[in-house]
Design a protein around this ligand. Structure first.
Ligand SMILES: [Zn+2]
Ligand SMILES: [Zn+2]
Length: 230
C-alpha cells in the first residue's frame, strides 16, 4: 500500500516539477537537460554556427572581436530568441544554471584572467516582482559555480529607468543607463570582475555598467552574455 501511494505521489511531483524545455516548453529530454530532444539539436547547432551577420567562423568573427564580449550563441533564430525570452518570462533556476555553466566553460577557454568574482546587470525590482526572479543573477550564479568563484551584487538598479532605451539615440542611451545603475559600496573591493547579462543587443547597457564598475575602482571588467545580436 505504502509503495503505491508513494509512487502516486512521485508521479504527481513529477507532473508539477518535471523539467521543461527552455525553448519550446515541452517536457525536457531528461532531468539534467533543460531541452527536449528536438531543441537540443538546434541548440547544439547554435553553439557552433557561423556569425549570421558576417558569415565568419565564430572564433574569427570581427563582430565578436569588436564587441569584446564572451557569448554562447547569437540572438538570431526563433529558437535562440525563445530561450532568452522564456528565461525573462520565467527565470528558471535549472535552465539558468545549465546555460551559465556552459558560458563559464567558454569564458575559461577565451579569457585567461583570474577573476575575483562574478557580478551581473540586475533586473529592475518591478520586473523581479512580476516575473518572480532575476534571470541575469541566476545565469551569473551558474557562471560563478562553473568558475568556482563567488557571485556578488556589485550593481544596484533604480526602480525606474529615466526613459525608455528604445526611444533614445546612442549618446542618450548611455546617459540613461548611468542614471539607472550605480555601484554597490563593495565594488571597490574587487580588482577583476566578470560582468554577466542574459542578452546584449546594442551593448550599451552592459558596456555602461562595466564603466560604472571601473569608475567605482574595479581594475578590469570582462563581459559575458548568453546571447548577442549579430
Ligand atoms: Zn523543445
Ligand atoms: Zn560576425
Amino acid at each position: 500500500m505504502k509503495g503505491s501511494a508513494e509512487r502516486n505521489l512521485n508521479r504527481l511531483a513529477d507532473l508539477f516539477f518535471a523539467p521543461f524545455c527552455c525553448s519550446c516548453g515541452d517536457r525536457a529530454a531528461d532531468n539534467t537537460l533543460p531541452f527536449c530532444k528536438d531543441c537540443i539539436k538546434d541548440f547544439q547547432v547554435s553553439l557552433v554556427k557561423e556569425c549570421p551577420e558576417c558569415g565568419c567562423k565564430r572564433s574569427g568573427c570581427s563582430c565578436e572581436k569588436s564587441s569584446n564580449t564572451v557569448f554562447l550563441f547569437y540572438y538570431h533564430t526563433k529558437g535562440e530568441k525563445r530561450i532568452i525570452l522564456n528565461l525573462k518570462q520565467n527565470p528558471d533556476k535549472r535552465t539558468a544554471r545549465f546555460l551559465g555553466k556552459l558560458l563559464s566553460e567558454k569564458v575559461k577557454r577565451e579569457k585567461s584572467v583570474g577573476f575575483d568574482c562574478v557580478t551581473y546587470v540586475p533586473r529592475s525590482p518591478k520586473n523581479v516582482r512580476i516575473h518572480g526572479g532575476d534571470q541575469s543573477k541566476l545565469i551569473a550564479a551558474g557562471v560563478a559555480e562553473g568558475l568556482g568563484i563567488p557571485l556578488k551584487s556589485l550593481l544596484v538598479r533604480r526602480e525606474k529607468r529615466a526613459s525608455d532605451q528604445k526611444l533614445l539615440d546612442a549618446v542618450e542611451r548611455r546617459k540613461n543607463v548611468k542614471n539607472t545603475f550605480f555601484p554597490a559600496k563593495e565594488a571597490a573591493d574587487y580588482r577583476r570582475v566578470l560582468l554577466v547579462d542574459d542578452v546584449t543587443t546594442t551593448g550599451s547597457t552592459i558596456d555602461e555598467c562595466g564603466d560604472i564598475l571601473r569608475e567605482a575602482g574595479v581594475k578590469q571588467v570582462v563581459k559575458a552574455v548568453l546571447a548577442r545580436t549579430p
